[in-house]
Design a protein around this ligand. Sequence first.
Ligand code: NDP
Ligand code: ZN
Length: 353
Amino acid sequence: MKGLAMLGIGKIGWIEKDRPICGPMDAVVRPLALAPCTSDVHTVWEGAVGDRKDMILGHEGVAEVVEVGSFVKDFKKGDKVIIPAITPDWNSLEAQAGFSMHSHGALGGWKYSNTKDGVFSEFFHVNDADGNMALLPKGIDPATASMLSDMMPTGAHGVELADVQFGDNVAVIGIGPVGLMAVAFAALRGAARIFAVGSRQICVDVAKKYGATDIVNYREGDIVKQILELTNNKGVDRVVIAGGDVDTFMQAVTILKPGGAIGNVNYLGEGEFIRIPRVEWGVGMGHKRINGGLMPGGRLRMEKLVRLIETKRIDPSLMLTHRFEGLEKVEEGLLLMKDKPRDLIKPVITIKY
Ligand code: NDP
Ligand code: ZN
């Protein structure tokens, strides 16, 4: 089979590999819709997970089952399935402790395009198929559903980590696709004002559709000053971080009210330390929680989130700005993600058979 791989840091190319072998609890699937991600860009061009040679990229996709192992109970050949970017080992102690994403070690649930081949290929492997795949309901477009692999659950997890409650005023720092989903989930959880921090007009327009009430442009001035001005110096109850860098934490702590929480899902690629401002953190006694996490993954979450598309509570297709057809187009989609033209939110590639 052919796949688009990381050949080394900063290098991608098409390679030939053997089709993956299906273990007794696994599935082998072929892609119906694939989406390149900012994390793939971090992986290849920033060496985020370290050097990798000939590792197939990609972790967001909807697929059709071609083979299941003998222990798999709930899926069969021909089923159309949603596959989460994070595919934990559900029998691990970490999963039993409630941290499936860290099964068998920190970030251990993140396997695709990290510790095994990813999804940008003619076939790919799904471990623990009963625990990690969800049936794609009839009538849901695979391209739209590909946002269930990572963008919806990660945006949702940012909101969970920030512990957004109804009536809260929430700042979402970064409104790429992850931040946009955080805006949508904050609105769904009953947030009152939602301050969306970004700069690109296309993201701003979609953020408003998802429920942002105030737009803060970080390129036009200090976001702390802007958000404090907009809130009569009170700040916000919750902050979701889905963009920025290590210094974003200083801003987040400063705009957060005592008793509030920060939920970070942003990947921190640079800087040795995260600095927490002493006074703004209540000289150590401010009750300002800082949580950072990888989304949990797994079947239940996929089944729940797809209901939100079915019931039209969230429409992730608003983010699909660039659509392609044919597996070979994942390369163009990935390069778009790397270059982030101003009219891009998320590319998606559909594959017909
Ligand atoms: P994008 O690059 O598309 O979006 C980043 C956003 O942050 C943009 O809105 C950008 O603004 C904004 N931004 C950039 N710099 C700053 C700054 N200094 N201050 C405030 N805002 C800023 O990324 P994605 O939405 O695709 O992904 C977001 C992050 O989430 C990535 O780091 C990704 O790796 C990570 N991620 C984490 C996962 C998890 O499970 N924890 C899973 C998937 C992704 P603009 O472009 O408008 O200028
Ligand atoms: Zn992703």
